[in-house]
Design a protein around this ligand. Sequence first.
Ligand SMILES: NC(=O)c1ccc[n+]([C@@H]2O[C@H](COP(=O)([O-])OP(=O)(O)OC[C@H]3O[C@@H](n4cnc5c(N)ncnc54)[C@H](O)[C@@H]3O)[C@@H](O)[C@H]2O)c1
Length: 387
Amino acid sequence: MAQTKVRMAMVGGGEGAFIGAIHRIAARLDNQIELVAGCFSSKAERSAAMAAQLGISTARCYDSYQQLFAAEAQLPPEQRIEFVTIVTPNHLHFPVAKAALLAGFHVLSDKPATLSLDEALQLQALVQQTGLRYGLTHTYAAYPMALQAKLLVQQGNLGAVRRVAVSYPQGWLANKADSDGSAQAQWRLDPARSGISGCFADIGTHAFQLAEFVSGLEVTELCADLVTVIDGRQLDDDGSALLRFNNGARGTLLASQVCAGMGNGLQISVYGELGSLSWQQEQPDQLIVQLRGQPQQTWQAGTDKAYLAEQVRAWCRTPAGHPEGYLEAFANIYRDFALALRQPTTSNLAAGIEQAVRGMAFVQAAVVSSRQNTAWVSIAGQYTFTG
Ligand SMILES: NC(=O)c1ccc[n+]([C@@H]2O[C@H](COP(=O)([O-])OP(=O)(O)OC[C@H]3O[C@@H](n4cnc5c(N)ncnc54)[C@H](O)[C@@H]3O)[C@@H](O)[C@H]2O)c1
């Protein structure tokens, strides 16, 4: 018998939204997920307009996320949604995830997981209580060559890791007049909707998660210097941090949205006692490996590359020299999430609730450190923070 598609709802992602459409394409790419319901906007008429565009029945386009979960829970099990994907501004991630979990639905959320660490800890407790699945779309760790980098480190090819350098320069907020009126900038620069940090919450969390994912290490403490480069903004638009890892390795993390001219320049290098590797998001199919005493190697993504790990090839869809990118990385998260719902014992490499909590502890530690003139701050020490 043919397997039924996994039924998904979306909250957020209305007309003009940045990431909602990317999620919808990614969810469809492997033909295993069907978008059947949604609340795409806080305004009912805008939500209905998006539902009409997507061919979702008016009965399953809801005026609020609360209505969505209440009504879907009443439908027969074989019709109701199985999970919700959350693509709203940050302040809604926790309330929507909480409502979904309490109504019995799995959650796939965009990052950062919540508005605060306190909310992330509450969310973790709820995920544990309900036993439902929670995934976080840290897209960059779902690129095939980021995974291959992780595996090379894990298998000891670089020896002990000594240093991790991750940097994420963007330029889209470099000029106030060009950017600050946009819907995307407005909520990202508003503490009520973005949280205690702007840039570090928005993209610093990606850099932090990628550093821990690829190195296989945990950051224990950091000191951070968050900056508001453009006058009049309430939150950081730039910053850098020094990192200390649990094996004694050191690291640097840069996140900035005011580097004029830059697109999405996320890159990571890991330096070990036997060799080093580097991966750049804007050249995602290539991984540079430099082992001591050997010529530089360029590892290339592709279904035909027998030298790649099996899990890595499973994250590729095209053979020799056919580029893949952002949509496919998102689709890897969706496909693995759907598979895990159908076969709950499947291991899932995508970020989950633990990374959700760690990401928010990172943001809080960075803000606390920066407010104390870049004092060293423990990540774990943030978990009891109540201020
Ligand atoms: N993983 C990634 O690479 C990545 C990239 C971009 C954005 N993001 C994250 O995705 C989220 C959305 O970012 P964006 O840039 O698309 O924002 P956006 O402002 O473009 O879109 C947000 C959408 O949420 C809708 N919305 C607001 N309140 C709502 C409510 N109460 N109910 C239903 N819908 C509501 C808005 O109408 C809009 O359609 C953010 O948390 C952001 O951090 C992640």
